[in-house]
Design a protein around this ligand. Structure first.
Ligand code: GDP
Length: 290
């Protein structure tokens, strides 16, 4: 059965449906309320929660459960399907030659994520290289280099370089042997114009197959503006959510997924290069509802 790993309060509510074959409007209301509570406390945007509640309610009351399906399983199946519909399957990343550009604000976890993704691709038998173009944050070069050494993947950066666009160009040339190029970019504390101008120029040079927005799991409402800005400037194909090993559940990132009409690619679950998972809906949904 889907979603075995639910939070105790939602499980309790669903368990009240055990043994029932018909569901009343009251039952559905109670389940939906519980789901709303979980999702809102996981930072999922209110309007998304409302949209989802409506779809769950409508389906649970209007659809006929397949014969022999207990009410509890029927409702749970609808909840799961509607959440998958909202969140989507993981961002498509074929295991072949490609270039990936990472965007996001400073501290979101871009540099860490670039090395983690490179490590992940290397475990799939590909030869990745990280190109570090962040000339803004002191320490970004050393951090990326060290993580790439730990991941045993190729790395290019220029500790004395001042022009990120040139570094991107040189980096692609210097790592032409690699088959997956992961280009890390500078972040700022906010969405300043120069940040957007810089990433647009890097985007022009790199011509990525996929651009990922890196978001801290603790991001709440701020996700919308960031997603919109980066999507308008370079086009966002997917989201990487970091720091899911903390208390935040990452529901704010769903706003970015919705805003950019994209999906989730990777989840970061720690500070080490191996602390990365490819997104898969079921585990994430269980965590959101937990
Ligand atoms: P950038 O400015 O976007 O490049 O962010 P960094 O990659 O430097 O990450 C900022 C901080 O968050 C660093 O201290 C990282 O070690 C930490 N960090 C990044 N990803 C994760 C994660 O998944 N879990 C935890 N616990 N820390 C992370």
């Amino acid at each position: 059965m889907v979603l075995d790993d639910l939070g105790s309060s939602l499980r309790g509510t669903l368990d009240k449906l055990r043994g029932k074959s018909r569901i009343s409007e009251e039952d559905v209301e109670e389940v939906v309320k519980e789901i709303q509570r979980s999702l809102l406390s996981a930072d999922v945007d209110v309007s998304l929660v409302m949209e989802l509640s409506d779809s769950i309610k409508t389906r649970a009351l209007e659809e006929e459960p397949p014969s022999g399906t207990p009410a509890r399983d029927f409702v749970l199946r609808i909840v799961y399907e509607e959440l998958v519909d909202l969140i989507g399957e993981s961002t498509d990343l074929p295991l072949e030659e490609q270039t990936i550009l990472l965007a996001g604000l400073q501290g979101s976890g871009k540099t860490t994520t670039s090395a983690k993704m490179a490590w992940w691709f290397s475990t799939k038998g590909l030869q990745p290289a990280v190109i570090q173009t962040d000339t803004f944050r002191p320490g970004a070069y050393d951090q990326a280099k060290q993580m790439c050494e730990r991941a045993e993947v190729d790395f290019y950066g220029d500790p004395d370089g001042e022009d990120p666009v040139q570094i991107a160009r040189d980096g692609l040339e210097a790592t032409s042997d690699a088959d997956v190029h992961i280009v890390d970019t500078a972040g700022r504390h906010a969405l300043e114009d120069d940040l957007i101008a810089e990433i647009e120029q890097i985007n022009d040079v790199v011509q990525p197959d996929t651009s990922l927005l890196v978001l801290d799991a603790a991001i709440g409402q701020g996700a919308k503006d960031q997603a919109q800005q980066f999507d308008e400037s370079i086009g966002i194909d997917g989201v990487a959510i970091t720091k899911l090993d903390g208390t935040a559940k990452g529901g704010g990132a769903l706003t970015a997924v919705d805003q950019t009409d994209s999906s989730i690619a990777f989840l970061g679950t720690g500070e080490e290069v191996e602390d990365v998972e490819r997104f898969e809906p079921e585990g994430f949904i269980s965590r959101l509802l937990g």
